[in-house]
Design a protein around this ligand. Sequence first.
Ligand SMILES: NC(=O)C1=CN([C@@H]2O[C@H](COP(=O)(O)OP(=O)(O)OC[C@H]3O[C@@H](n4cnc5c(N)ncnc54)[C@H](OP(=O)(O)O)[C@@H]3O)[C@@H](O)[C@H]2O)C=CC1
Ligand SMILES: O=C(O)CCC(=O)C(=O)O
Length: 496
Amino acid sequence: MTTAAPVFKNSIGGIWQAAHDGRTFPNYNPATGELLGHFPLSSSRDVDDAVNAARLAFARWRLVPAPRRGEILFRVGELLSRYKEDLARTMTREMGKVLNETQGDVQEGIDMAYYMAGEGRRLFGYTVPVELPNKSGMALRDPIGVVACITPWNFPVAIPTWKLFPALIAGNTVVLKPASDTPHSAQRLVEILYEAGLPEGVVNIVFGSGQEVGESLIHHPDVSVISFTGSTESGRHVAVEAAQALKRVSLEMGGKNAVIVLEDADLDLAVEGILWSAYGTTGQRCTACSRLIVHRDVQDRLLEKLVPRIEGLRLGDGLDEQVDVGPVINASQIEKIHSYVEIGAREGATLVTGGERVAEGELANGYFYRPTLFKDVRPDMRIAQEEIFGPVLSLIAVDSFDEAIAINNETKFGLSCAIYTQDINKTQRAIRDLTTGILYINSGTTGAEIQLPFGGTRGTGNGHREAGIAGLDVFTEWKVVYTDYSGKLQKAQIDN
Ligand SMILES: NC(=O)C1=CN([C@@H]2O[C@H](COP(=O)(O)OP(=O)(O)OC[C@H]3O[C@@H](n4cnc5c(N)ncnc54)[C@H](OP(=O)(O)O)[C@@H]3O)[C@@H](O)[C@H]2O)C=CC1
Ligand SMILES: O=C(O)CCC(=O)C(=O)O
């Protein structure tokens, strides 16, 4: 017996509803090709409704005391914990990464919920002395208004929570536009928010394309803040368009992250870090390692240990617990990955392993790509400079620590970086000289924690950070309050 794929709806003003014109788009499993459901293919009319609902809800939500807002987020954390397994399976089905990674993705949402719930009882401002007697000065955080959150497919729960929860605790309301490749995970997240007691309209979700829903959101006059994660191309476009209306924009975009292995490194430790940073999530993390900068003295020994481990990675459906590496997200992504492999070969890099699509047996209906390693890569090659977002690693041999640092710093991105060495002096110099948002010493380039700021230098972003206290800066406006309780015009006020 076959059951029809379910049809999902937008949530606007707390009511689940179809798109105005009733259009839908399908959602498929990238490992099997199975049809998972249909989601509204929304238009600017649906965006108008959602922004209007968020605008109306803002008038009330900003007045809810922050500790009460925090209690709702705490309940969200509890519900996410309760549904963790189910959510992880939903995510693996629509996105492909293996179950322990999708569990980790949900866990980041849980961590963020509890963390921001705590912020509800802090939201620290500060007081400082002012120049006159009987006068005080303080700075406090105000919410801004309606926030548009535009999110990618690689962290379908975690990344929305990194945006939603700080926005909400600060008293803003939200319209979420999730990636078209992972609508179901986002739909479940919004259901959970309402189950936790969020008032109607405080979070709205509108499904549909970047071209239509995304564009309408970034141009909407009542959207005050745009928080975007995705490609450099889309992020730049969002920033340019939003600049016309002087909207606040936070961008989190690509990476070309390196693992640096120095001549004194513990190579077994390095192999573990490289393997999971380069091929975990099938290389589809903005923090994934795609450059391996290795001191020439240890290159051969490292390859001897690393290559068999790469070739031993098991590809398959992420729901199977024996599988290490799931599919890539969709057809255009697998074409992009393969085109970069061809570019690498043309540029003169040596293919050590991988370099092909796998479509045999159980893998026939999915988008599987063999974990790939190039060596003899020069730092100026396109495979060493451009974000591929797939399981492709480029080894660049160097002769010194200084050369490794310089090569790391010479890409247009600067998100994360790892260095393997036993030399404390070199780790200190690495901390000083690597221009990176996140530095890992003796562990891989992935594994960010939500209590610390997340984001990068150069073209990775536009200077903002997500998570930690810094994550609140995007969603709050500083307000300064002076109170004069002297009851008279003071001399220094006249002198000024
Ligand atoms: N830094 C990161 O974490 C990520 C980086 N990437 C990079 O991006 C590449 C392409 O991935 P892709 O998903 O296409 O990334 P996009 O930048 O196209 O998508 C990210 C989000 O932006 C939306 N969007 C697309 N165009 C617009 C627009 N004009 N206005 C407003 N919103 C828009 C998308 O909607 P829709 O899904 O409907 O197109 C999605 O919700 C990857 O190969 C990788 O290099 C991708 C994902 C995450
Ligand atoms: O690797 C991590 O720790 C976080 C990765 C991430 O958020 C991303 O790839 O977008």
